[in-house]
Design a protein around this ligand. Structure first.
Ligand code: ADE
Length: 230
């Protein structure tokens, strides 16, 4: 899978992409993540990526020309149009696990990170195919949301996680939160690991986990149980 991130602040996204699972996915050739500095697509002397809003108001607005140029450059480099051009914005559809699952099946995603309130509407009207929010709170830009999306999506690409099962049992994968987990020691400061987990009886363990998932979900997120088919 290929993901391109277009941003005026490339330093914010570059660091995390070079760590841990995202780094390993790229090393293994399972994901290719490219970061594009909007400034590289400006043509004026001052390399200006934003400008004042028409009609007045606070804040600066990202100009359309460099964004269009970046998307065209990416399509040429990838030798084809991307599957989705996603704009990260607090007024988009709220990101969730089913959306991550769907996006993980695509071959090529382009993510546009903007300043909040600050992108020319024509980019959204004709270039963007999906608008996604990572939650009902406002961040100062789309860079962290873009990283959240990349992490959630890339870890679902087959082969990225060591244990193929582990993404499937994640919280939310079946509208249920995950069960508690423990590691050694069996007793720590008087607190004991549930004996069933040390019993070696896999069917009892699976039963215990299922029960714990339901119990935790009922207590913390009853809304998840309401709209599930089970
Ligand atoms: N940009 C600023 N806040 C955001 C959010 N919550 N989700 C996506 N993009 C954003």
């Amino acid at each position: 899978m290929r993901i391109d991130i277009i941003t005026a602040l490339p330093q914010i996204v570059e660091g995390p992409l070079d760590q841990s699972i995202l780094h390993r996915a790229q090393e293994k050739g399972l994901a290719e993540v490219h970061v594009h500095d909007l400034r590289a697509f400006t043509t004026d002397k001052h390399r200006q990526v934003d400008d004042y809003p028409y009609g007045g108001g606070a804040g600066m607005v990202l100009k359309p020309e460099p964004i269009f140029a970046a998307v065209e450059y990416i399509a040429e480099e990838a030798e084809g149009e991307p599957d989705e051009i996603i704009f990260l914005t607090p007024d988009g559809d709220v990101f969730d696990q089913p959306m991550a699952n769907t996006l993980s099946l695509k071959n090529h995603l382009v993510l546009i990170a903007g300043h909040y309130k600050g992108i020319d509407q024509r980019v959204r009207d004709v270039l963007v195919t999906r608008e996604i929010s990572i939650g009902d709170y406002v961040l100062s830009g789309g860079e962290l949301p873009a990283l959240v999306l990349v992490d959630a999506v890339v870890r679902l690409v087959p082969g990225v996680l060591g244990d193929a099962q582990s993404a499937l049992s994640d919280s939310f994968q079946e509208d249920l939160l995950d069960a508690p987990t423990y590691t050694r020691p069996a007793i720590f400061r008087g607190m004991e690991v549930p004996s069933v987990l040390r019993s070696g009886d896999h069917s009892r363990i699976a039963e215990w986990r299922e029960k714990e998932r339901r119990r935790k979900t009922t207590r913390r997120r009853p809304d998840l149980l309401q709209d599930s088919d089970t």
